[in-house]
Design a protein around this ligand. Structure first.
Ligand code: GSH
Length: 109
């Protein structure tokens, strides 16, 4: 979508943020990167993610989408005319989801 304003509130080494950066790159979505400070949380972060107060937060036309997997699913749905993020084969999709879920459960930052 041409006039979309997309902002990624992120912390550079974040593997969760990397999910969104890869998804946005695959979909060729231009976005503004705003670096968050994990130790001194910005007003913007607290406003955009008041529940978890964590990055990454995808901000699309002023509206926040929190949690990296939810953000990836959102990107897939909004930019569905671009290359799909998941394989077309249901079994391969299940495998991709398994590893995403594995990281969610094993990594606790
Ligand atoms: N489940 C979250 C995890 C996000 C997360 O753990 N973010 C870390 C940076 S990689 C964070 O903001 N930590 C700050 C804190 O825990 O206060 C997601 O998938 O987006």
């Amino acid at each position: 979508m041409v006039n979309d304003e997309v902002v990624l509130l992120d912390f550079c080494p974040s593997m969760f943020g990397m999910r969104l950066r890869i998804a946005l790159a695959e979909k060729e979505v231009k976005y503004e990167f705003k670096e968050g400070d994990l130790w001194k949380k910005s007003h913007l972060l607290l406003e955009m993610n008041p529940i978890h107060k964590k990055v990454p937060v995808l901000i699309h036309n002023g509206k926040p989408i929190c949690e990296s997997i939810i953000g990836v699913e959102y990107i897939e749905e909004v930019w569905k005319d671009k290359i799909p993020l998941l394989p077309s084969d249901p079994y391969e999709r299940a495998q991709a989801r398994f590893w995403a879920d594995y990281i969610n459960k094993k990594v606790n930052l």
